[in-house]
Design a protein around this ligand. Sequence first.
Ligand SMILES: C[S@@+](CC[C@H](N)C(=O)[O-])C[C@H]1O[C@@H](n2cnc3c(N)ncnc32)[C@H](O)[C@@H]1O
Length: 263
Amino acid sequence: LKRLVVVGVGAGDPEQLTLQAIAALQEVDVVFVVEKGATAADFRRSREAICRRHITNRPYRFVEIEDARRDRDAPSYEASVRTWHDERALRYASAIQHELHDGECGAFLAWGDPAFYDSTLRVLDAVEASMGGALDYRVVPGVSSISALAAAHRIALNQVGRPVLLTTGRLFAEHGFPEAVDDVVVMLDDRAAFTTVVDPGVDIYWGANVGMPDEVLVAGPVCTVADEIVRRRAEVRRARGWVFDVYLLRRSVSTGRSPLRPT
Ligand SMILES: C[S@@+](CC[C@H](N)C(=O)[O-])C[C@H]1O[C@@H](n2cnc3c(N)ncnc32)[C@H](O)[C@@H]1O
């Protein structure tokens, strides 16, 4: 039997690693790395630093898995993602079969928490099914960028007794606030979807590279601060070569008052 653990390692601040994550890392023989895009070099460095700092009790090795490419020109987004995940599953399965020996434990270090917009678990489900019981994997949760954002702004994401929607920039730009939802957390937004909001009663709590040395936070009525956010976002991207941002859009329902607006 081969064992695997998917460890949420926090969203950029190495101090976000939990005690459970550290204990899991200390059982690891192989760390699988799949890096891609503009973040690849920085993510690689941060994962290596985590392993150097916490896997001090045993030898371990890194195994690179070359990531599959998603066809961004495909007519159907969902179909192209499915094909991409299938290709990934084949590559992960091959690496696990060839590089992880029976009795060993492998790890995937997931950015933030693997439960949010991370395909690792979906891909590993397919790998597990293809390996017919020869793989046992578990998940250690991590501090998501969503929690890091809420903490940085000192806010709860829900209003009293109300729902919160978690979505992407693409979907928010298409659909806006759904019926009966006044709090929306947006991730994966490369199009500044918040600039589509015209309701002057909506506030934004925004963060770029939250928890990292170049963190930027902005909060205020979205119609007032949108331009500033677009500018600050571009500055972070220019300086580091990439930017991750996440934000909450909130229509205040209970009192109609917002802590961001003087009464
Ligand atoms: C592929 S998703 C991974 C999310 C991750 N699993 C999590 O729990 O945060 C990448 C998106 O997460 C958000 N993100 C991740 N880390 C961030 C950070 N440190 N600051 C702001 N946003 C972040 C951004 O919206 C980014 O586009």
